[in-house]
Write a protein that binds this ligand. Structure first.
Ligand SMILES: [Zn+2]
Length: 453
């Protein structure tokens, strides 16, 4: 049973997925305006939360990149010379390569086949192809159709235009106590596909809604909705002053298909964000897997992790393991990536997990001991009987041993290879008994070290 209950996320996906959301295009803009309008009212009632749309004009320099032109496909088809139409852009936007050059002429079968692309695995599917920077014309079709092309010559018409426009990045800002920011990012581009990555966008927006209403946060949260890669480079290169304040981030993508979660680490594997999110997800979703940077799937997180930026950004997806024959998921980059492969319950689950990851991140502080020596546990009523719960007993002592002002909750979880939640439970107890306090910065209580500092 899919989509058992009505979901706002699913409504948004159904309304937007078939738009031609090429990276700089009118229908990408339409989708972004609709999403921003959808959350704007709520930011007003939430007080200081707000939304922005950043615009970067065609030709604008973004570090080593430039914003491309706006691309529009007005009409495109493939016909036999006696006028039988075989492919028509009005039937599916994937029939034309995104950013294809215009073309109008009669071509031989061989020339056509050089420019007619098919999906390597699914004979029925139209593949998604793009040539943003390496200019060429091209059509896409199913293998089934390609196999039937037995005439000598065909007529190809592709009417596309390239003109100045603006690349747009939507931003939802939810201020916290500090201006140190945690970044949430998802990409809205890709014509007529749903899981990649409208699902990341709608999950990000639902998370933002919850943060606005429920969480009194320490960190500021910024959700970016952008066209893949160039959108991240455009935003970062025009907001360099914000980069030192970005303490970490999570890229959200491909969250609606029927697979377990995959968490990809950042470039800085020992960062607090990596330790915190990895040790938290393991308990949330025991079926999930964690893989190092670039080993699940590559996306916008690369721009944040890159040299000169170095913001530790992980990514959360439902991508299959790299050695799976269906990696990243069977319908990826094809006309089969429709709302039919997305389930409401998967989206809801991902949203809830992201909120739990954020809650852990908020809680992740240094644990400073007010006690010296080993705690007299039975005196404080926190002793765990080693005869009935040997692991709990051992863990309690291992955790208390690391409460020295030099370890965060995530450090302790990582060091002991247990979940963040298990450590947090013990720390909560110690907080209740006033045996420790939390600090955003290290506060070593080791006499020899605190003298040196
Ligand atoms: Zn993609």
């Amino acid at each position: 049973m899919r989509n058992q209950f009505k979901s706002h996320m699913m409504e948004l996906i159904n309304g937007l997925w078939f738009l031609k959301r090429d990276i700089v295009s009118d229908e990408y803009d339409q989708a972004l305006f609709r999403l921003i309008a959808d959350i704007k009212d709520q930011t007003v009632s939430a007080g200081n939360a707000h939304v922005k749309i950043h615009e970067y004009p065609t030709g604008e320099q973004c570090w080593t990149w430039q914003v491309p032109e706006k691309w529009t496909c007005h009409k495109a088809y493939l016909e036999t010379l006696d006028g039988q139409r075989l492919i028509d852009y009005t039937h599916h936007p994937l029939h034309v390569i995104s950013y294809s050059l215009p073309f109008d002429g009669i071509v031989s079968r061989d020339e056509l086949l050089e420019h007619l692309h098919v999906h390597p695995k699914h004979p029925e599917a139209i593949p998604f192809l793009f040539k943003y920077y390496d200019r060429d014309w091209g059509l896409c079709a199913s293998q089934v159709l390609r196999d039937k092309l037995d005439e000598e010559r065909y007529r190809v018409v592709i009417q596309t235009s390239f003109e100045p426009g603006t690349l747009k990045v939507g931003e939802v800002i939810i201020p916290g106590e500090t201006d140190e920011s945690f970044m949430l990012v998802a990409h809205l581009c890709h014509p007529a596909m749903a899981n990649d990555d409208l699902t990341g966008v709608v999950v990000g927006l639902e998370v933002a809604r919850s943060l606005m209403t429920d969480l009194k946060s320490y960190y500021t949260y910024r959700l970016l909705i952008l066209p893949e890669t160039i959108g991240s480079v455009a935003y970062l290169s025009h907001n360099e002053d914000l980069i030192p304040k970005m303490v970490g981030g999570l890229f959200l993508e491909m969250l609606g298909n029927d697979s377990n979660h995959a968490l990809q680490g950042s470039f800085q594997v020992d960062s607090q964000v990596d330790r915190c999110l990895v040790s938290t997800l393991k308990q949330l979703d025991p079926e999930s897997y964690v893989a190092p940077y670039r080993m699940v799937i590559n996306n916008d997180e690369r721009q944040f992790n890159a040299p000169g930026v170095r913001v530790p950004m992980l990514s959360l997806s439902r991508v299959l393991r790299h050695n799976s024959p269906n990696w990243p998921y069977p319908e990826y980059h094809s006309s089969l990536d429709t709302p039919d492969i997305i389930s409401t319950s998967r989206l809801e689950e991902s949203k809830n997990y992201v909120l739990e990851l954020i809650q852990a991140w908020e809680n992740n502080q240094y644990i400073v001991n007010k006690f010296k020596g080993e705690i007299f546990c039975s005196g404080y009523g926190i002793w765990i009987d080693y005869r009935t719960n040997p692991e709990g007993h051992q863990r309690l002592f291992e955790i208390m041993e690391l409460c020295d002002g030099e370890h965060t909750v995530a450090d302790i979880a990582t060091k002991l290879d247990i979940s963040f939640q298990a450590v947090w439970q013990v720390i909560s107890l110690l907080l209740e008994k006033s045996l420790v306090y939390l600090s955003r910065t290290p506060q070593s209580t080791t006499p020899s070290r605190s003298q040196n500092s």
